[in-house]
Write a protein that binds this ligand. Structure first.
Ligand code: CAA
Length: 393
């Protein structure tokens, strides 16, 4: 069954072809492994490798450095398609893009080329910002990087947690405090490129997550890790600008995150339409009941609106208009809340079967929940929205 309105009808032929390609990949390669990987909490590494062959881990990287060179709108379309089949797999792919963003936004040309060359070898990357005591409050980060003038190296110490791709990445972008005497915590951080195989880098606790279990989430620990001076993202001139860089990265990634949440919501709708047309009660399909129709209508309405808003935010981003933080936060927050609401309603439509692991619905709710938490909780999105509103943006 396919709902022709489950994607944007106004997209170009090229975008439609890419969406069709990713849809086929997701249906034929990802779908068969989802149930087992979700149950056993394992990663489908071979399927990830195939996704990387297609370039799905470097969608928004420019073509000149080996990426697919897609705009953010197209990225939203593709990540929604992956998330319809498995949101964890979509997160595992798109988290590479998240790790690339600081380099693309703030890195030097050499750093962009180097970072891309690692991903081109079908390697994972990870964005290391969150710490045990610095989640929503990024400026409370404790990870430190101290410059050693004798060796011309930075020495990094600290622990990052809840890192997507943490356990599988070959390269990390790590945010650390470099300016201990800065006038404000917002001027204290910088970002570094850190290779996984350097002495002192280790992977800590692996999270046993409620959902998105086809993605790796771990601690990453840095103990006296030495990186050369040229691994400081953006070079000397970027020292102390890491907080703002992280904010710009999150602005950039949130519309795509919202689109993944739309993928989950759309999958719920598709499953519910099929179920409502076949499941009978009181002698007729439950689709004939107005109570079911109203639920479906609400699910469809809010999901269409969420999708269009994510696309709008991505288009504004692609147009270069700034600031677009408020739009990004609205997209992520509305789409994340919507996914949880729609998945909860989907369970209600399926009744007892929706609560059972025999059907895919309970997993959709488990997957949806993280979209209200990661990439900035939806409370933080409201802080950003209200803050921008009150400043007149
Ligand atoms: N772009 C550029 N600069 C920005 C900015 C933006 N979007 N947002 C804030 N800034 C600047 C401000 O202008 C201000 O600059 P000055 O000091 O020069 O005036 C400075 O940064 C501080 O801004 P705020 O006063 O707004 O800072 P705050 O501490 O009150 O709030 C926050 C910041 C919005 C709460 C921020 O910390 C935040 O977004 N937190 C959420 C973090 C988050 O999303 N974490 C997710 C981790 S990644 C993840 O989950 C990925 C994964 O693995 C899947």
């Amino acid at each position: 069954m396919s709902n022709p309105f489950s994607q944007d009808l106004l997209i170009s032929e090229e975008q439609k072809e890419l969406v069709a390609l990713v849809k086929e990949f997701a249906e034929t390669k990802v779908k068969p492994v989802v149930e087992q990987c979700d149950r056993d909490d394992t990663l489908p590494m071979e399927v990830y490798e195939q996704a990387m062959e297609m370039g799905l881990h470097m969608t928004v990287l420019p073509e000149e450095v080996g990426g697919m060179g897609l705009d953010h709108l197209t990225n939203c379309l593709l990540m929604e398609e992956l998330a319809k089949v498995d949101a964890g797999f979509a997160v595992g792919c798109s988290a590479n893009g998240l790790a690339c963003e600081p380099i693309m936004i703030g890195g030097t040309k050499e750093q962009q080329k180097y970072f891309a060359s690692v991903l081109q070898q079908k390697k994972f990357a990870a964005f290391c910002l969150t710490e045990p005591d610095a989640g929503s409050d990024v400026s409370a980060a404790k990870t430190k990087a101290v410059f050693d003038e004798k060796t011309n190296e930075w020495v990094i110490n600290g622990t990052k947690c809840f890192i997507t791709n943490g356990g599988v990445a070959s390269i990390y972008v790590v945010f650390a405090v470099t300016e201990k005497d800065a006038s404000s915590p917002y001027k204290a951080m910088s970002a570094f490129i850190v290779e996984r195989d350097l002495p002192g880098v280790s992977v800590g606790k692996k999270e046993d997550k409620m959902g998105i279990r086809l993605s790796s989430t771990t601690e990453v620990i840095f103990e006296d890790v030495r990186v050369p001076a040229d691994h400081l993202v953006g070079g000397e001139a970027a020292r102390g600008k890491g907080f703002k860089l992280a904010m710009q990265v999150l602005d950039s990634s949130r519309p795509t995150v919202g689109s993944m949440a739309c993928g989950i919501a759309q999958r719920c709708i598709d499953e519910c339409v099929e179920y409502a047309n076949t499941r009978k009660t009181f002698g007729k399909p439950i689709a004939a009941l107005q109570s079911m129709q109203f639920k479906l209508a609400d699910m469809e309405m809010t999901t269409q609106v969420a999708r269009q808003y994510c696309h709008y935010a991505a288009q504004v981003q692609d147009s270069g208009i700034k600031p677009y933080s408020k739009l990004s936060s609205i997209a992520k927050c509305f789409a994340g809340d919507n996914a949880v609401r729609v998945a909860t309603e989907a369970i209600q439509i399926f009744g007892g079967y929706g609560y059972s692991k025999e059907y895919p619905i309970e997993k959709l709710l488990r997957d949806a929940k993280i979209y209200q938490i990661f990439e900035g909780t939806n409370e933080i999105q409201r802080v950003v929205i209200a803050g921008n509103l009150l400043r007149g943006y």
